[in-house]
Write a protein that binds this ligand. Structure first.
Ligand SMILES: Cc1cc2nc3c(=O)[nH]c(=O)nc-3n(C[C@H](O)[C@H](O)[C@H](O)COP(=O)(O)OP(=O)(O)OC[C@H]3O[C@@H](n4cnc5c(N)ncnc54)[C@H](O)[C@@H]3O)c2cc1C
Length: 465
């Protein structure tokens, strides 16, 4: 009897070799391995909220990241197979063609990704699935509460985590890690060995692409400062922590502009080129060897917001995308196409909003404060259904992360994890506080908007019918 085990490693938002518990598990379990990434066809056509889910900035960043990952895999005698199509059927091709016995992947917060795994389980019940936490600071079983009992607000979540004596994590792949742990587990060492590819992976249709072919057709590079891939992410991490920036993070993190005013780690964290545990370990080192202050704590605090939204997405599943959110309470908004178009184009009557939207569209990045301002305007001044704004962010953000994006939008729209009815940012006050000299608005041409929100006002409506 042939007892050979052949694994399929499905890469998602874990495009790295360091701190990679899921890949480590595969390495320790199988004789042969196929490494796959699926470029899903649904990403490229408009969703029900009008926007395709991946725009040019993130697509370029993703291709950089895949190319970098493939280079690393090749050093270990492997290759990355990139498939383009529907997720389930694409993976199924490999399952059949290569006689796969085990699937390995990182736990994904997206509802669609979870459903695809269920579909594979139903159709290929003989294939073992290994789904492992790698996108979060903590594993599910390290949380001091059952996921179904996730605290309803961030503050309660943070307090429970900070109060808990976190047990050390035995990944079973790396032996015991030192505990008890103050803030997270230590990141795992990089994977340094990979089982080889099976001699045959069956007939693959034309949706299958090898990274070098993809790179030839894709437009890579450009002027954007964000370059995808693990090495580029590690470099940004090391640059940020090599100076005094973390020590004054709290004072400057709300600035609308300025590369060093926040870590800029979000794009690498979002597609997993960098592990969040690696970031926290760097922060721990900084506190140990350079300084510990309110700012260094605040960086950790923001990472806990990220952590909260990840578990929130796991807890609430499809409710992440519902108009009524998790509160099951419909906001008083609608859809006005003209207002939506003006918001996207940066031509509303609000210069600060226009400037932010222009920066976002042109670079794929916007500061946290900028995101709060434009999202608040979308819901409050424009009265629009928040899901269209979230879907537009999903398309344009270079750091799009399903949990952070939809969770933050729900929060601002008043249908999420917030005791307050909703968050309304006063645009004049925001402008006075964060762009007092008008430089940001000038740089991003915020004053080229319309004076009126709607081209037709109430007086134009026909009466007497
Ligand atoms: C409406 C809206 C949508 C957002 N969509 C996304 C998204 O799709 N992807 C994403 O990574 N972030 C999102 N954020 C959160 C935040 O704006 C970005 O993480 C941050 O601006 C990225 O810049 P940075 O890496 O320099 O952050 P820093 O200020 O350096 O923070 C460090 C890290 O903490 C995490 N973080 C910081 N603030 C938040 C927050 N409010 N929520 C969750 N995580 C946070 C991020 O991982 C970030 O990289 C959104 C915020 C809002 C208001």
């Amino acid at each position: 009897m042939n007892n050979k085990r052949t694994g399929l490693y499905w890469f998602t938002n874990d495009l790295r070799l360091h701190d990679q518990p899921a890949l480590m598990r595969a390495v320790g379990s199988v004789d042969e391995l196929v490494c796959v990434y699926v470029l899903e066809e649904r990403w490229f056509s408009p969703s029900k909220f009008c926007a395709p889910s991946i725009g040019e900035h993130r697509y370029r960043f993703l291709l950089d990241s895949l190319a970098a990952l493939n280079t690393q895999l090749e050093r270990l005698g492997q290759r990355l197979l990139i498939m383009r199509g529907r997720l389930g059927p694409s993976l199924a091709q490999i399952l059949q063609g290569a006689n796969i016995t085990d699937i390995f992947c990182s736990q994904h917060a997206g509802w669609y990704e979870k459903q695809s795994l269920v579909w594979l389980q139903d159709n290929y019940p003989q294939i073992r699935q290994h789904v492992i936490d790698s996108h979060t600071l903590f594993d599910n079983d390290q949380l001091p509460f059952e996921l179904s009992q996730l605290p309803p607000t961030f503050t309660q979540f943070r307090k429970q985590l900070e109060a808990a004596q976190l047990p050390s994590l035995d990944h079973a792949v790396n032996g015991n890690l030192n505990g008890p742990l103050r803030r997270s587990s230590k990141p795992l060492s990089p994977v340094s060995f990979l089982p080889s590819m099976p001699a045959s992976i069956g007939e693959l249709d034309e949706s299958t692409i090898w990274p070098d072919e993809l790179m030839q057709t894709a437009k890579i590079g450009g002027s954007n400062r964000f370059v995808g891939g693990e090495q580029a992410g590690l470099k940004q991490l090391s640059d940020y922590f090599s100076g005094s920036h973390p020590a004054c993070y709290k004072q400057v993190r709300n600035a609308l502009d300025g590369w060093d005013n926040s870590s800029k780690m979000s794009p690498w964290l979002a597609n997993g080129s960098i592990s969040v545990r690696e970031l926290v370990s760097k922060l721990d080192d900084y506190e140990l060897h350079v300084t510990t202050n309110e700012s260094t704590y605040w960086l950790y605090f923001e990472l806990l917001w990220r952590e909260f939204f990840q578990w929130y997405a796991h807890r609430y599943g499809a409710a992440l995308y519902l108009l009524r959110g998790i509160k099951n309470q419909a906001p008083l908004t609608s859809f006005y196409s003209e207002r939506y178009r003006k918001w996207v184009a940066g031509t509303t009557p609000y210069p600060i909003v226009n400037a932010c939207m222009n920066e976002l569209r042109e670079t794929g990045y916007l500061s946290n404060r900028g995101r709060q301002i434009v999202a608040s305007c979308f819901v409050n001044e424009l009265g629009l259904d928040w899901r269209y704004g979230a879907a537009y962010f999903e398309q344009v953000l270079i750091d799009y992360d399903v949990a952070s994006n939809w969770g933050n939008w729900q929060y601002l729209a008043g249908v999420g994890a917030d005791a307050q009815p909703k968050r309304h940012f006063n645009l004049s006050k925001q402008t006075a506080s964060f762009d007092p000299s008008g430089h940001y608005i000038e740089r991003w041409r915020g004053d080229q908007g319309m004076s009126m929100l709607d081209s037709m006002d109430a007086a134009d409506w026909p009466v007497g019918y």
